[in-house]
Design a protein around this ligand. Structure first.
Ligand SMILES: Cc1cc2nc3c(=O)[nH]c(=O)nc-3n(C[C@H](O)[C@H](O)[C@H](O)COP(=O)(O)OP(=O)(O)OC[C@H]3O[C@@H](n4cnc5c(N)ncnc54)[C@H](O)[C@@H]3O)c2cc1C
Length: 579
């Protein structure tokens, strides 16, 4: 199978989806390919902090300035993905006055609004701060939903005629006469609306230009093209607490160090992080001491964390880049700036540009610079409009309020639906018939889930990214089955089962790092519900046996079974009679 496009973008993280949107809005024919789901890489495994730039105001002022510029833009164009929580840099008794002062001055030099709060004022903002804190600097940090933001960028790309292809890993970069002319992908999509090609089928996609936005994997794409890209992947752990112990981003005001930030995120608070170089962005140790360190260190700032319930932990890998011969030994010293590598100038290989490094917060700026560059290469004269045109869902906040009134929505559930859907609230919630809550922890209604299934088909992890269903306290224990039920009857039973397994497995990956206290009880309950009560692990339908559905009602075969006369009857608990 062969196809062609103007620009082929590799990578469905913030950088890739941002680039695809930017180019599509300039009228460029663009195709994005992603090996997993959107946000499959680092973007789906970050802290969710919309940086004010305060974090880099001493160590990396270039990044700090970029962050505050983009912080202001994203509040405008992606209001339904951003919660302006505000942030505090908190000084503890052992933290130096000199550094506090440097941070304050650094913020002001970088145009980051910064105000000093006394300990009493800081505790008025955040009552659970430790009683011995000395003072704090208030900055405009926020929380941002990476999943919603990337999906909005992808939807905007499609609205402008672009093609988004998930579950399509690039397996080769196509070269002709010393020039990159496209890529080869393998389609791994399953059945249902996820189908774009046939599973296992390869597709050669020819392009006028290829953009390598594969994050920590950019080096691997470089290898396929025969060029060296010195990515220095660095892992960091994040631990999710079951409630928002704080409503403001809390940073420890000290030079770089592990476990120095808490980000309130939707219904949870995320503790982080570490910074340790790894060889392979997909294969590295996930160690318990890293999780323990988060709680041990951060409880000094917010003591109530010690009594709180840990839901799960996850790790992400920073796509840090180090220009050749820099020779930085400590990963924490590698710059957070982004780099645009024109392989024609750099390696004498026309047809491909790589973009690597940077922050999630600066994704739009990265996309703008990259798109300017590609347009110049291709002789396209079109302005970037992404700083002004809102993302889908963020167009008109007045529409939201009208929709709230129209639907009489005042409950917390409605408020959260509105936050998630933005200006699409009216369109999505306007359904015939009842609209119950399916995911109780996150307050996600059936209408939202059906809408997400319409967009992403049978991939329940993609539905999760769009809605947050299954990401709350029960970690899918109660709702994932109900989510799978919504796939039927449009999709066959076997597809719904597979989708359910994939979703449940994805949740388990993070939960297994939090098996103590109440979360252990929750995990045991989830096991009891799914493996025992629902018999998910030995369900005859999964084992390829025929289910005698008549045995479930009062029919003839049911009574035959009750008396033990049914031939090879399957009991209602799924086991064979007498097992
Ligand atoms: C622990 C941690 C915390 C962080 N916290 C924050 C924060 O709070 N705020 C902030 O602004 N930034 C934060 N960052 C940084 C931020 O997450 C990253 O800079 C950003 O997400 C990188 O996005 P990306 O699109 O460049 O890479 P990715 O999101 O990794 O996207 C690259 C994509 O390419 C795909 N890909 C790879 N190989 C192939 C292939 N062969 N074929 C097709 N697709 C392929 C991958 O699956 C992936 O989805 C954090 C990073 C880490 C590690």
């Amino acid at each position: 199978m062969e196809s062609s496009t103007g620009v082929l973008v590799i990578g469905g993280g913030s950088t890739g989806t941002g680039i695809a949107r930017d180019l599509a809005m300039r009228g460029v024919d663009v195709t994005l390919v992603e090996k997993g789901n959107l946000t499959h890489g680092t973007t789906g495994r970050m802290h969710g902090l919309l940086h004010s730039g305060g974090r880099y105001a001493v160590s990396d002022q270039e990044s700090a300035k970029e962050c505050i510029i983009e912080n202001r833009i994203l509040r405008d164009i992606a209001s339904h993905c951003v919660e302006m929580t505000g942030g505090l840099f908190v000084q503890r008794p052992q933290d130096s006055d000199e550094y506090f002062q440097k941070k304050l001055e650094g913020c002001r030099e970088c145009d980051i609004p910064a105000e000093v709060l006394s300990p009493e004022e800081a505790r008025e903002v955040e009552p659970y701060l430790a009683t011995d804190i000395e003072r704090a600097i208030k900055v405009p940090d926020g929380a941002i939903d990476p999943f919603r933001l990337c999906v909005a960028n992808a939807v905007s790309t499609e609205n402008h005629g672009g093609r988004i292809e998930t579950h399509a890993p690039v397996t080769d970069v196509l070269l002709e006469d010393g020039e990159v002319v496209g890529v080869e992908v393998t389609h791994e999509s399953g059945p249902g609306k996820r189908v774009h090609g046939n599973e296992g089928q390869t597709e050669k996609i020819y392009a006028d230009h290829v953009v390598n936005a594969a994050g920590a994997w950019t080096g691997r794409i470089g290898d396929m093209a025969g060029v060296d890209i010195e990515v220095r992947p660095s892992k960091g752990v994040m631990t999710v607490m079951n409630a928002r112990q704080v409503d403001t981003v809390i940073n420890r005001c000290k030079p770089k160090g592990d476990a120095d930030i808490i980000v309130p995120h939707e219904t949870a608070a995320i503790l982080g992080t570490t910074d340790e170089e790894v060889e392979d962005p997909e294969d590295y140790a996930e160690e318990q001491w890293e999780v323990d360190l988060m709680i041990e260190e951060l409880k000094e700032l917010v003591p109530i964390l010690d009594e709180s319930r840990t839901l799960r932990s996850f790790w992400g890998v920073r796509p840090l880049y180090e220009p050749p011969d820099t020779g930085t030994e400590d990963a924490t010293d590698i710059t957070r700036q982004f780099f645009l590598l024109d392989h024609d100038d750099r390696d004498d290989l026309p047809g491909m540009t790589t973009i690597v490094g940077g922050k999630f917060t600066t994704y739009r700026m990265m996309a703008e610079q990259l798109s300017d560059h590609v347009c110049e290469r291709l002789g396209i004269d079109a302005e970037c409009r992404t700083a002004e045109v809102p993302l889908p869902g963020s167009e008109n906040t007045g529409v939201l309020d009208d929709a709230m009134d129209q639907f009489g929505l005042r409950s917390p559930i409605a408020r959260r639906s509105k936050q998630r859907l933005g200006s699409r609230t009216e369109e999505v919630l306007d359904v015939d018939g009842p609209n119950p809550v399916v995911c109780q922890c996150e307050g996600v209604t059936r209408a939202e889930l059906v809408d997400a299934i319409d967009q992403s088909g049978t991939d329940l992890n993609a539905v999760r990214l769009r809605t947050r269903a299954s990401m709350g306290n029960c970690q899918g224990g109660f709702c994932s089955r109900a989510m799978a039920d919504l796939l039927h009857p449009e999709y066959e039973e076997a597809i719904a089962r597979e989708a359910y397994d994939e979703l449940f497995q994805e949740r388990w990956k993070g939960e297994r790092h939090a098996l103590w206290g109440e979360q252990l009880s929750q995990a045991m309950l989830n096991y009891a519900l799914h493996a025992t009560t629902l018999n998910a692990d030995s369900d005859p339908a999964r084992l390829g046996q025929d289910v005698d559905f008549a045995a479930f009602d009062g029919g003839e075969s049911a009574s035959a079974e009750r008396t033990g006369t049914g031939a090879d009857a399957v009991a209602t608990d799924g086991g064979h009679d007498g097992d």
